[in-house]
Ligand binder design. Structure first.
Ligand SMILES: N[C@@H](CCC(=O)N[C@@H](CS)C(=O)NCC(=O)O)C(=O)O
Length: 203
């Protein structure tokens, strides 16, 4: 299997962490999808990473589909419960983490536009989503060891990638002081090899 991605994309990071936790072998190909010469659309018509090549002409996207597929490939470290409410709950945490990322990436891209085109109203709207997501994460985590209780799961990986992305791109958001329970969870996650090995390079 070959994963196409970048070293800074938090969605790519989520898939790389899952590869590591599942102890699955893969090749990693770095692709800058913002370059005009990118060939990403020959594998993913949406033009985004991560994209997983299973065979030469067979690809999977997006990150949620990829991690769900990887979890079925090996019984090592089951990350998504098999069925029912528990499964939906983990996927909902993932949607929350990814939703925070969607808002964050939107802000980063908006700020890269020419100054006169930047909409501060749009940025504030996206920031509101980030803050609301953090509040919900903290409330639902409570005093549990991991997002859904006692077991480490994809929910923690998604939340860890979202919090790591805030550190990487939004160092001014002091989520640790506001939500000490998220800080405690993140400290535990950040010590795992899968997280350490996929830390984005300094911006
Ligand atoms: N929902 C997608 C989001 C992926 C995504 O937005 N990736 C960004 C990199 S962080 C990208 O490739 N953007 C290129 C573009 O928007 O054209 C997933 O979970 O994989």
């Amino acid at each position: 299997m070959k994963l196409i991605g970048s070293l800074t994309s938090p969605y790519v990071r989520k898939t790389r962490i899952v590869f590591a936790e599942k102890k699955l072998e893969y090749k990693f190909e770095v692709e800058n999808v913002w370059e005009p010469t990118t060939k990403i659309q020959s594998h993913n018509p949406i033009g985004k990473v991560p994209c997983l090549l299973i065979e030469e002409n067979e690809s999977l996207y997006d990150s949620r589909v990829i991690v769900e597929y990887l979890d079925t490939l090996s019984p090592v470290s089951r990350l998504i419960p098999q069925s029912g409410r528990e499964r939906a709950n983990v996927k909902c945490w993932e949607a929350l983490g990814d939703g925070l990322l969607d808002a964050g990436v939107t802000i980063v891209k908006e700020k890269q536009r020419p100054a006169e085109q930047i909409s501060h109203e749009w940025i504030e709207r996206q920031l509101g989503k980030i803050l609301a997501a953090l509040k919900t994460m903290s409330r639902d985590l409570g005093e549990q060891s991991f997002c859904t209780g006692v077991n480490y799961s994809l929910a923690d990986i998604a939340v860890g990638c979202a919090l790591g992305y805030l550190d990487f791109r939004f160092p001014d958001i002091d989520w640790r002081t506001t939500y000490p329970n998220l800080a405690k969870l993140y400290e535990k996650l950040a010590a795992r090899h899968s997280f350490i090995d996929t830390t984005p390079p300094a911006a």
